[in-house]
Design a protein around this ligand. Structure first.
Ligand SMILES: NC(=O)c1ccc[n+]([C@@H]2O[C@H](COP(=O)([O-])OP(=O)(O)OC[C@H]3O[C@@H](n4cnc5c(N)ncnc54)[C@H](OP(=O)(O)O)[C@@H]3O)[C@@H](O)[C@H]2O)c1
Length: 220
């Protein structure tokens, strides 16, 4: 498949931002040099520079100005501050993708000003192994081709479905936080195995493969 040509900006390179940048580069969806990421944490930026070869800065405004696609991956309680900081910086055609939980497209549009193209996404932590389940919805001024581009980019980390925004909270409860429930199930299965005499490594291996196998069966 052809590489995406746009410059990708990312503000926030923690668990999720870092995972998506790795997915984008390691899947070959974009070249490392097309990516410019910012974070307030220098260590995270240095680590990503070294691991992926992407460009980094501590200047969120620069990222917003340079990006054709801007991924917002800071915590929801910080997002309004970041949006105020970059207000008016993204270009007219910039696609803004936010993965912040509980942060509506209308609020992002208002805080950015103008008529920004916004896609709201709810992925999950399995983006770190490129097996995320992600739901997306479009804002008021987002074209179909921009939604398609968002889907293409997010698919570098797993499955993507499109839904109505009013269902985003349901997705957050189901797949957004879903991996945590499955971790607990795996741990409970392994604990039961250990109580029956299995070693911890073998019990964990069996529990994990059981969940993986069952999931594959459901998928088929
Ligand atoms: N984690 C999940 O399972 C999950 C699932 C679905 C959606 N999400 C969404 O993904 C988003 C990111 O979550 P996360 O788990 O990746 O959080 P995270 O690991 O805390 O990453 C956020 C990063 O943003 C940095 N940051 C804070 N303020 C900043 C600023 N003003 N400018 C630039 N960078 C700044 C943080 O630095 P410091 O560490 O120094 O604060 C941190 O490196 C959230 O909105 C969350 O709702 C998360």
């Amino acid at each position: 498949m052809q590489k995406v040509k746009q410059t990708i900006g990312c503000i926030g390179t923690g668990n999720m931002g870092g995972a998506f940048l790795a997915g984008l580069v390691e899947s070959g969806t974009v070249s490392a040099t097309q990516v410019l990421a910012s974070d307030r944490d220098r260590d995270k930026l240095r680590e990503l520079e070294k691991r992926l070869g992407i460009r980094t800065t501590r200047d969120n405004r620069r990222v917003a100005e340079e990006a054709d696609v801007l991924l917002l991956a800071v915590k929801p309680q910080i997002l309004d501050r970041v949006l105020a900081e970059i207000r008016g910086r993204p270009g007219e055609d910039t696609l803004v993708i936010s993965i912040a939980a509980g942060f509506p497209t209308s609020l992002i549009e208002n805080l950015l000003g103008g008529k920004p193209a916004v896609v709201r996404a709810m992925p999950n932590i399995a983006a770190q192994v490129r097996k995320a389940a992600t739901a997306i919805c479009a804002g008021r001024w987002t074209s179909r081709s921009q939604v398609k581009l968002a889907r293409r980019l997010l698919e570098s980390c797993g499955l993507v479905v499109e839904i109505e925004e009013e269902l985003m909270d349901a997705v957050t409860g189901l797949s957004g936080t879903g991996p945590m429930y499955v971790f607990i199930i795996i741990e409970a299965l392994a604990d039961a195995g250990v109580r029956m005499g299995l070693s911890r490594p073998v019990a964990t291996q069996l529990a994990t493969q059981t969940v993986l196998g069952a999931a594959h069966m459901v998928q088929q």
